[in-house]
Design a protein around this ligand. Sequence first.
Ligand code: AVJ
Length: 324
Amino acid sequence: MTEPANFELHDLKPAVADFRREVLAGLAVSPRRIPPKFFYDAEGSQLFDAITCQPEYYPTRTEIGLLRAHGREIAERLGRQAALIELGSGSDIKIRSLLDVLRPAEYLPLDISLTHLRDSALGIARDYPQIRVRATCVDYTRQFALPPMSPEAHRVVFYPGSSVGNFEPDDVRDLLRWVAGMVGPGGRLLIGVDLKKDPARLNAAYNDAAGVTAAFNRNVLKRMVRELGAQLVIDDFVHRAFYHEALGRIEMHLQACRPTRIQVAGQIFDFAEGEGIHTENSYKYSPAQFAALAAEVGFVTEQVWCDAEQLFSVHCLRVAAGPS
Ligand code: AVJ
């Protein structure tokens, strides 16, 4: 099938060499770590989609419920005919629940997973011929140039899914500053943020009974085998996820259940039993905490929508007008 005329794809996908370099660096430090952005190859993105359907994993369906319930109000805040930039777009269900009310002129999804991004963005371009779709495959945690977009449209950023939880609070400030620069004074950010809650509920969400989160976590090891030719025994590593209450975050680790070894790119990393690789942090915020963090870098919180159970929040933030 030919690509629709309102579709373009910019491929700034990180090279295998980036993965190799970050794996080697992360395994050489103590405690060992691999950044969570490397979960999302084609397989990992599929596993993530499967996570979002698990009964224990409440964030996705709760956020979609909020977007659907408050779509009109959201659209009025953000304004129609915008250039809508979506970070870490992943699956397209969320944006689809907003497109009909928001009616952007342009849609610019950014995602690190090429196949996922392409499928979702193409589907949207076909279903919404009046929206110009400019998709970019990129690691948006690094410096890069946005594709050229229409100078008339005001810019709006949508950052769903509480992916912001993957960043250290200090790095969230930098991320928000970058977003503020993108939308300019008076511009808006719509962001999904997972809320602090009963640790039992959080622990269950990252330890689903079907073992999908465990498979997602261990996929990064499989990816090392597939892409880097690593030699390792997958079954020597178990999925560990727990809520660290003092730090306000879920931590995920791959923990060696017996002494084992990873050989990759000519290097050897030995693991004692119990030693692990830290693969993810997922920070949780109260609405006030997140608003305070955003205020530090010049964002005004215009509105926060939460579900009745106080599981998840969607914030509309506006960049305060600069000094005139
Ligand atoms: C995509 C980062 C929001 O932290 O809940 C889900 C990733 N990890 N289950 C999250 C994830 C394990 C997810 N984020």
